[in-house]
Design a protein around this ligand. Sequence first.
Ligand code: G
Ligand code: G
Ligand code: MN
Ligand code: NA
Length: 248
Amino acid sequence: LTLIGDLHEAVNQQQFTLFYQKQINQYQQVVGVEALLRWVHPIKGIISPADFIPLAEDTGLIVPIGEWVLQQACETLAKWAKTPAKASFTVAVNISVVQFSKKDFVQVVLKALNSSKANPGRLKLEITESLLANNISDVKAKMRELKQHGITFSIDDFGTGYSSLSYLKKLPLDQLKIDQSFVRDIINSLNDKAIAQAVITLASSMDLEVIAEGVETEAQRLLLQSMGCNAYQGYLFGKPCIFEEIQF
Ligand code: G
Ligand code: G
Ligand code: MN
Ligand code: NA
């Protein structure tokens, strides 16, 4: 109950931190990171977004929080642009449906890029299938406009939503993210393996990149690689951590 009040205060007092988790290609090189939000509560300590994003969405606070996340992510891109070894890294940012649906969402993204002077081609937006329950022509128009600036799009938690697959050919997508629920037991579950394979095959036939998340063991990575997966993210390569502690 008091968490709502605390969340207002968190926005005013900037009690948020961005963690970053590495993303690896098929040659085991770092290609970028996913930005993962954390609330550093003065009493409760670090709170996961899973525990406060729903509240932030209900109260509309996700809008200023999401703007802050985009700004931070773009500033990280701008810092990396000055280091040759990191200049090509991408930063993937999770976008809430509530945030995306705002009329000025495109302007908010472009403002973060402009003020930080980050390369739009390095910014990836992670959206979820739940977005597609919304006005699809509005979604398409916003994606197309952002895409014209070089911004890329990934479908997060792919396969866990309820939407039909027909949107895949209607939207300017770049990547599908195999949800970690299919990766967790991929070694022992023929069903999970079959679903992961279907996602990889679908991505490949539609010329989309595919990344597996929640990769915790070398056996999982090897199996996914043999199945045609071309990128990975998970504890095997590193846990989410603050900018200063990312090890490349
Ligand atoms: O990092 P962690 O596993 O605790 O993240 C939990 C959930 O919160 C994930 O579904 C992730 O997509 C979501 N999430 C993380 N950071 C952000 C963010 O900046 N904005 C939004 N909308 N969701 C986020
Ligand atoms: O929904 P989304 O993909 O944005 O959420 C990513 C979440 O998964 C984050 O909360 C992150 O902390 C968590 N995560 C990242 N790597 C692993 C992993 O290898 N294993 C598990 N169990 N969780 C992970
Ligand atoms: Mn994500
Ligand atoms: Na996910």
